[in-house]
Design a protein around this ligand. Structure first.
Ligand code: ZN
Length: 305
């Protein structure tokens, strides 16, 4: 297998993420603008507006977790199984590289009474959110928590507070019009241990201003919003980074997946599919064709392995 050919080159699309602190490091802040990333997800999955919003919110929150990972080969996967019509929704972050998929991204639901997309209805709330952090060790870290609303903002706040013992304010928003993502973004505010109650109260007081982040981003860039929202709270930027929709799938990964099907299943495929088999990546929809000859070669490997 030619390794060079396996590297899939995707056009990198800049989205933005700002890491900052308030009150001399007593509060951690992360702000994300994920419009392009969410548009890419909508296009790849040919998603309906409500599914675009659901996948976009999940990807935005997963990006927050991804940026917190330190090691180069560490990644985080968030799996949402809420019992709603979208089925399972999965997002993966490898630092700033994000990808997402859903069992059914074409679900349509009527708007909620307040005129918003019914993300909670599409995802459902009878189930679990599972966070899998692959730290490059043998066993990944797995945190699981019951969904509260399926709207995801509250669910992630609950995950941080309960599973990571880190009280957090989370805002997630994806503004969709037809096929177009107008704006998408997220905000994470974490008062660190020792942060005075007065600061927390002040942030809680201001939090309604920040709740509708995707709409706010239509009028002002992230930097300006942050300066306005955190005025008087010693807002200091620590760093900025790029986010993009990027899948790391490859033909050799698909081959490994086929080999793990085992001899019996591969033999059946070789007998049933005279034309060979076609595999499609769930995250980027890239398709790889495997001829009968290819499948026989993989069967030989499976038999040896
Ligand atoms: Zn892929």
């Amino acid at each position: 297998m030619d390794a060079e050919k396996d590297i899939q080159i995707e056009r990198r699309e800049g989205a933005e993420m700002i890491r900052a602190t308030l009150m001399d490091g007593q509060v951690r802040v992360m702000m994300l603008e994920t419009t392009q990333m969410c548009q890419r997800a909508a296009d790849i999955h040919n998603a309906t507006p409500v599914c675009t919003a659901a996948m976009g919110r999940l990807m935005t929150a997963t990006a927050m977790l991804g940026v917190m990972m330190k090691g180069e080969n560490e990644s985080v996967t968030v799996n949402i199984k809420g019992g709603g019509p979208m089925g399972t929704v999965v997002a993966v972050a490898n630092h700033g590289d994000l990808k997402v998929c859903a069992d059914d991204p074409q679900v349509e639901l009527p708007l909620r009474e307040d005129g918003k997309l019914n993300v909670g209805g599409a995802i459902g709330k009878d189930g679990y959110m599972t966070v899998i952090k692959d730290l490059g060790l043998r066993e990944p870290y797995i945190g699981q928590i019951e969904l509260v609303s399926g709207e995801l903002g509250i669910d992630f706040a609950n995950y941080f507070t309960v599973s990571e013992q880190q009280p957090s304010l989370v805002a997630l928003g994806v503004l969709v019009s037809g096929d177009a993502v107008l704006k998408a973004g997220g905000l994470l505010i974490q008062p660190l241990p020792g942060c005075p109650d007065s600061v927390i109260s002040e942030l809680e007081l201001r939090s309604p201003l920040m709740a509708d982040i995707s709409r706010e981003l239509c009028y002002e860039p992230m930097e300006d919003l942050a300066k306005k929202w955190f005025d008087g709270l010693k807002y200091v930027v620590l760093g900025e980074s790029e986010l993009s929709y990027r899948c790391n799938c490859s033909r050799s990964r698909m081959e490994r997946a086929l080999i793990t099907l085992g001899q019996e299943e591969l033999t059946r495929m070789i007998q049933d599919e005279q034309e060979g088999a076609e595999l499609t990546c769930h995250f980027c929809k890239k398709t790889e064709k495997f001829t009968q000859h290819d499948l026989i070669r993989l069967l030989n490997q499976a038999t040896r392995g």
